[in-house]
Write a new protein. Structure first.
Length: 231
């Protein structure tokens, strides 16, 4: 995987990293981990927004973090197949990595951070379309930061982004229907914590979107009415 082209690009990026101000270097080091925490916050916000939407929208929001975890599992599984050593250990003529080089056995290809970032960015877009303006740049910067600090080749992060994105889409598409059915059932539950998690969306069983059992905002067709007397 470590062709002369990607090795050369790795050297160029790490040389550039050492030429940047120290605050930029520290910010890149921080972002490689802090970005994951920010994605976690966005998952919570997406779920909270979807609680008042229909069950399908909520299902996609709930599946988003699980899809991200799935992207990580796929990436980690591939690492044991390729066994690619880290560039901070093999590219001896490159600038020293800004962070400690991971030990042998913690392989380089693909980048788990990039896979997680790609999966999280796309999964959130599926749940909240306009958020791509934030999540896509976040994922790209996170992937680039892994090369910038010197622990990955460029091809590690590029493949990681694509791999995570594809894994997330496949996961969400496959499980949206059963998750939607489950959440509709949860919305009809009498258990407080379950109802709180599923939210007050419009498709509760026995409750319409306007407050009445039949969705009309009134008492519903099974409600008892008081007859009027002829006068």
């Amino acid at each position: 995987m470590d062709s002369s082209l990607t090795r050369g690009l790795y050297r160029d990026i790490t040389d550039f990293a050492h030429d940047t101000p120290s605050w930029v270097q520290h910010l890149a080091e921080l972002w490689t981990e802090a970005g994951l925490l920010l994605f976690g916050v966005l998952f919570l916000v997406a779920w909270w927004r979807a609680r008042v939407a229909d069950a399908r929208a909520l299902a996609v929001a709930v599946l988003a973090p699980l899809a991200t975890a799935f992207g990580y599992v796929v990436s980690e599984s591939l690492k044991s197949v390729f066994d690619e050593e880290r560039p901070c250990r093999t590219v001896t003529d490159a600038a020293r990595s800004l962070v400690e080089c991971p030990p042998t056995g913690d392989w380089s290809f693909p980048s788990n951070h990039a896979s997680i970032a790609g999966a999280a960015a796309i999964a959130l877009v599926l749940a909240w379309r306009r958020i791509w303006l934030l999540t896509v740049p976040m994922a790209l910067l996170m992937a680039f930061s892994r090369v910038f600090v010197g622990v990955h080749y460029p091809h590690d992060v590029m493949v990681g982004l694509v791999l995570g994105s594809v894994a997330a889409v496949g996961f969400v598409v496959t499980l949206t229907r059963p998750a939607t059915s489950l959440l509709r059932a949860m919305r009809s539950s009498r258990t407080g914590v379950v109802v709180w998690f599923a939210g007050p969306g419009p498709d509760r069983t026995g409750q319409g979107s306007h407050g009445g059992p039949d969705g009309t905002g009134g008492p519903g067709r099974h409600a008892r009415t008081t007859p009027t007397r002829d006068r």
